[in-house]
Design a protein around this ligand. Structure first.
Ligand SMILES: Cc1ncc(COP(=O)(O)O)c(C=O)c1O
Length: 510
């Protein structure tokens, strides 16, 4: 006979009525799942009953449940209510996550910090290639991303036509009209303290990432954050796992630092952690768990726990690239992997490029505390620190509330542009799968039956002036690409331009 489900007693949940109730309830329930007080299979009360028990609105409970559901902490069984998600016993959060907060762990860095001298292994995971620095650069030369005026369906570009340039210009003028002379001298290589404080507060509020300003290092966009991780954490010859298909510029940054790259497959739950565990030389994994680039898969909770367990077991590092986490079309952004990390194994990479515009070149790392000094020192050697006015203006932009307003505007715009793409997408194109639902991000990936067909569709699109990326170009390895598909960015241009491009595509693909 099957066991009756455990049921949950809400006694002990105390909510402060002056603060957001759904967020507090979400946090309280999440914490109970993580520390084992709520175990897998426990039945949660119906939203109406929990609302009554806590004397809050049913909407607050529904919002908290929605977020927990999206992050994989709970699951609903049709006609049977809501339960704490079933995870394999070995992966129950209480087993995987230490309840200690990360403070005094080893950095794993060699005392001299890896500066990757002359001869480095190359891209292939199977052979070691010795080459001069210039040859290495040639080998890892990556064509620049598409430039020029944004057009449909450029990937990686937000709706920056909506950026409040006037506000930015005013704040910029105000900074330069009366600059604080102290700020014009050499500054902290980790970045402007006020901006670091603003970012930490933003991440605590929007992502539930409990970090302090001192853990943040300002970078020139996500790419430099990834590159610093490569320079500091990769010993020449060491294995690095990257998602396959995945963000090639990250792979190149690790390879040029001397890594042996291993492309690890991505399935419907994210990175294949069993395959990762079989890579005995691998101590670093680069992942995009909130919205895998480019497939759009959201990493399941079970995989997140498996990945964290791998890092803890192997003394490895996880570089989490949350490049477009602001764009979730229902509910709040998902809590990142870094918010689950209790061992200080996750380095979180963020960027302003997808909310403001890419050319701003402003991003940040959130680091385990003991890595901050090494990263700052490395940054000081590279560039001393980022240019002062952009940092100061961004700090003021956030402090004055413009940033949050702008994120809301950008999310609405991306949603509306996504809808324009979904509404006008030509159905029944031979060899092309249906468009998947798109719950997050700035792009969508649709599978195509063969590489030849992918290339044909791309060429036809290019002939009518429509920019589309081939999924095959995101595949790693020396052999023929294992995946074929179309990757379309939907945020770069307004709805009318999307409709116009779709009309051209329909003609080209008829
Ligand atoms: C997955 C991913 N990470 C990072 C970046 C780069 O961000 P940034 O412009 O801040 O370097 C991109 C850009 O498209 C991206 O797709």
């Amino acid at each position: 006979m099957s066991q009756p489900p455990l049921s949950f007693n809400p006694a002990g949940i105390e909510l402060d009525r002056r603060q957001g109730l759904s967020l507090q309830l979400y946090q309280a329930l999440r914490q109970r799942v993580l520390d084992g007080r709520l175990s897998s299979g426990t039945r949660l009360p119906a939203s109406r009953d929990l609302a009554l028990a806590l004397t809050i609105s049913r909407n607050s409970v529904v919002r908290a449940y929605d977020q927990l559901y999206a992050e994989g902490f709970i699951e609903s069984r049709v006609g049977d209510g809501t339960y704490v998600a079933q995870l394999p016993q070995r992966l129950s959060p209480a087993n995987v996550l230490s309840t200690k907060l990360s403070t005094g762990f080893s950095t794993g860095l060699s005392p001299g910090l890896s500066t990757n001298a002359v001869d480095l292994p190359g891209f292939s995971s199977s052979k070691v290639i010795h080459s001069s620095a210039l040859e290495r650069l040639d080998r890892h030369y990556l064509p620049a991303p598409a430039s020029g005026a944004p057009k449909a369906f450029r990937v990686g570009v937000p709706a920056f036509d909506l950026f409040p340039f006037e506000v930015w210009a005013k704040l910029n003028a105000a900074f330069w009209r009366n600059p604080d002379l102290e700020q014009l001298c050499y500054g902290d290589p980790a970045g402007d303290m006020r901006l670091r404080e603003m970012i930490a507060a933003y991440l605590r509020n929007s992502r539930g990432l409990q970090c302090r300003a001192e853990q943040i290092v300002i970078t020139s966009g996500a790419q430099q954050g990834i590159s610093l991780c490569a320079q500091l954490l990769v010993e020449p010859g060491a294995g690095v796992a990257v998602e396959n298909p995945g963000y090639r510029a990250a792979g190149h940054a690790f390879a040029i630092a001397g890594a042996r790259l291993h492309g690890v497959a991505v399935d419907s739950e994210g990175l294949d952690c069993a395959a990762l565990a079989r890579l005995s030389d691998c101590r670093l994994a680069y992942v995009t768990p909130s919205h895998q680039y480019p497939t759009g898969v959201i990493m399941s909770l079970a995989r997140r726990l498996e990945l964290l367990a791998w890092a803890e077991r192997s003394g490895g590092w996880i570089v989490e690239d949350d490049y477009d986490g602001e764009y979730r079309f229902s509910g709040a952004p998902l809590a990142p992997l870094a918010a689950l990390d209790r061992q200080g194994r996750v380095l979180y990479v963020g960027t302003f490029g997808k909310v403001a515009f890419p050319a701003l070149r402003l991003g940040y790392l959130v680091l385990p505390p003991t890595l901050v000094d090494a990263f700052s020192r490395r940054r000081a050697l590279d560039v001393r620190h980022s240019e002062v006015s952009t940092q100061a203006v961004m700090a003021e932009f956030i402090a004055a509330g413009h940033f949050q307003r702008h994120i809301r505007r950008m999310r609405r715009a991306a949603l509306s542009r996504r809808n324009a793409l979904l509404a006008g997408w030509p159905a029944d194109i031979p060899g092309v799968a249906n468009l998947p639902s798109v719950a997050a991000g700035l792009h969508v990936m649709v599978r195509v039956q063969s590489l030849a067909r992918e290339q044909e569709l791309l060429a036809q699109a290019a002939r009518v002036g429509v920019e589309i990326n081939g999924l095959s170009s995101y595949c790693l390895g020396d052999g023929p690409p294992q995946h074929a598909g179309l990757v379309l960015g939907f945020a770069a241009v307004p709805e009318a331009a999307i409709a116009d491009a779709l009309a051209r595509l329909r003609r080209a693909w008829r």
